[in-house]
Design a binder for this molecule. Structure first.
Ligand code: SF4
Length: 340
């Protein structure tokens, strides 16, 4: 048994101060961190409990003067998904949040914790396997020549081929969110595209957060892309499973033409992956099947699959086509994700 110090923070400044020493972890919902601690994967020297912070706005959603919204980092996933401002202005985010985990977990997990959840690579979770650069830097990667059916096809490195498991983060990437943080140096906003890292030679680092920085909120900008949107999640079973591939789409149509489109992919990289090639080929074009299929195919030509995850290239290509059609109202999905 290992001793762990515990401190209940009373405000953001106290939480940041308490986290200044190395080896400290913030704990909110704890739905991922406690699993990792039980398995011996995470071994913090101290837990700073942020669940009782009373700073204004940490557990609320509020409208911003520019027409966007700010979601407090301590909002439970289920409360964020069902908040009227989120449902009305950003239904894509509601869909993505409700596609994640189980109802019980969504009632416990926080928005900040969702951003911080770690990969579900089985070698990372099982300490019986020695080789995992993310868990033990320099120990190798068991997945490269082992089980990698669920692993990355974009942006991987020799050191790590894991994927980010968050559904919420994929929607946030399509919506151009900004992650607000507070730390020893003050506050700052991190664009969602810069919040999660690619593995490179430091796969132990999932995000660009600095030491003792605490996520305080997620800002969503006002957007004309919010009304036509969808989140399509493809997984091995219909519930309580992580995405093999997911697609978040938000678009704005002018007649039959796509005036603007954002597409983000989940389950394919160490971070939510913006499909910028497809976005560029679709913007300003009429929405027809050939244009859409060509754009999706061009996007996936950039993929670098391994032996057992080549299926993701075709799966993602078809998922992009289906998700754009659904968002534009050209196709409907049933409860299983199949065409209705
Ligand atoms: Fe570890 Fe990453 Fe390799 Fe999985 S893919 S075994 S998380 S280094």
């Amino acid at each position: 048994m290992e001793a762990i110090a515990y401190e209940r923070a009373t405000d953001i400044a106290a939480a940041v101060h308490a986290a200044r020493e190395p080896g400290v972890a913030f704990i909110g919902g704890g739905t991922n961190l406690l699993d990792l601690m039980k398995g011996g994967v995470e071994r913090p020297s101290k837990l700073v409990d942020i669940t009782h912070l009373h700073d204004d706005g940490l557990d609320t959603v509020r409208a911003l003067p520019d027409g966007g919204i700010r979601i407090g980092s301590l909002m439970r996933n289920s409360d964020a998904a069902n908040h009227p401002l989120v449902r009305e202005r950003y239904p894509l985010l509601t869909q993505a949040l409700l596609a994640g985990a189980s109802a019980q977990l969504r009632n416990m997990a926080t928005v900040g914790g969702n951003l911080m959840q770690r990969t579900r690579c089985p070698y990372f979770y099982d300490t019986a396997f020695a080789g995992c650069n993310k868990r033990t830097p320099g120990s190798g990667c068991s997945a490269v020549h082992g089980y990698h059916r669920t692993h990355a096809i974009f942006g991987a490195s020799e050191a790590c081929i894991a994927v980010n498991p968050s559904d919420m983060s994929v929607a946030l990437a399509a919506l151009d969110a900004t992650v607000q943080v507070a730390g020893p140096g003050g506050t700052r906003g991190i664009p969602i595209g810069e919040f999660h890292r690619l593995p490179g030679d430091r796969p132990d680092l999932d995000t660009t957060l600095q030491s003792a920085e605490l996520i305080t909120a997620v800002d969503l900008p006002p957007s004309t892309l919010s009304s036509l949107s969808t989140y399509l999640k493809i997984r091995d079973r219909a519930s309580y499973a992580f995405a093999l591939v997911s697609v978040a789409v938000a678009l704005h149509m002018q007649g039959d033409n796509i005036e603007a489109i954002h597409i983000a992919l989940g389950g394919v990289a160490h971070k939510p992956w913006r499909a910028t090639i497809a976005e560029g080929l679709l913007t300003g074009q009429p929405l027809d099947n050939k244009t859409l299929q060509d754009a999706a195919a061009a996007q996936m030509r950039d993929a670098h699959p391994l032996r057992d995850n080549r299926y993701k290239v075709t799966l993602a290509e078809r998922a992009i086509v289906r998700a754009v059609n659904v968002a534009a109202g050209r196709e409907r999905l049933g409860v299983t994700g199949e065409p209705a």
